[in-house]
Design a protein around this ligand. Sequence first.
Ligand code: NAP
Length: 300
Amino acid sequence: MLTGLHVAVIGGDARQIEIIRTLTERDAKLSLIGFEQLDHAFAGAVKEKIDELDFSSIDALILPVAGTNSEGQVDSIFSSERIFLLEEMLERTPEHCTIYSGISNSYLKGITAQTKRRLVQLFERDDVAIYNSIPTVEGTIMMAIQHTDFTIHGSKVVVLGLGRVGMSVARAFSALGARVRVGARKSKHIARITEMSLTPFYLTELELNICDADLVINTIPHEVLSASVISKMPAHTLIIDLASKPGGTDFRYAEKRGIKALLAPSLPGIVAPKSAGKLLANVLAQLLKEDLQKRKGKAT
Ligand code: NAP
């Protein structure tokens, strides 16, 4: 149980509903910031504005998967207001206050380091990232179907990156009958791609490998699909960029060339918010319980 714990949930998407449900069921006290348009009410959770929040009583702060943007703004699909998480707010929290997000950026890392508050990035955990790749793949398949007039079966698909998402995407598209090539930079990844009976190539040979691609799925959070690479693609190629914002595609050039390129963030929150939210909720509940037990242990 999380009795006695005061948690602020700031912004997010439909995944947060599962988090709120799970934490209130476990008896945590919740302050919900950026949820004024959410119709549902939860016993033990109060909707508040960020300027009304008493930061001095907060044991943990839960941010959306994306954390904040580079100016500290926190997105919420349940609010039309602009919400900012500022360094001065963290300064008012107790020293033990922990900030949870999915991923992070230099702004969030900066304000947590400056205020000496612990930042936990849930997607650094392999278990979370691998489970989360399941709805990500389903969302990618949905997008591929929606934005093409050909079947995945038999199509030439290039996946960039063999990380937690890249591996799941490559395997799923291959299972649907696509001819999958995977680009990576490490020899161990080339070996793994071969072992998976897919066609590997080194990223240094990307231009050679995309010249007949029907679909390019990028999972590398760096600009790999540069103007030069895009210029070698056939006009009908669809790019689905899964990498975190701003993605790994030169979108300006893709548009100029008439290549359809879609940045597709937060697919789990769109296609399966309940499953994706449950996964995050269970991990968060466990981590909050461990924190609470540690603090209780120190106090006795
Ligand atoms: P990951 O396990 O860290 O994999 C990242 C991959 O990118 C690895 O293969 C890595 O190769 C490669 N890479 C990183 N920097 C590179 C560079 N400069 N040049 C070449 N290759 C590079 O990450 P993940 O969990 O698969 O997630 C991938 C991306 O998808 C992240 O940006 C994540 O935030 C995003 N994501 C998006 C969604 C969505 O809904 N759109 C859902 C989940 C995750 P090395 O091992 O060689 O570094």
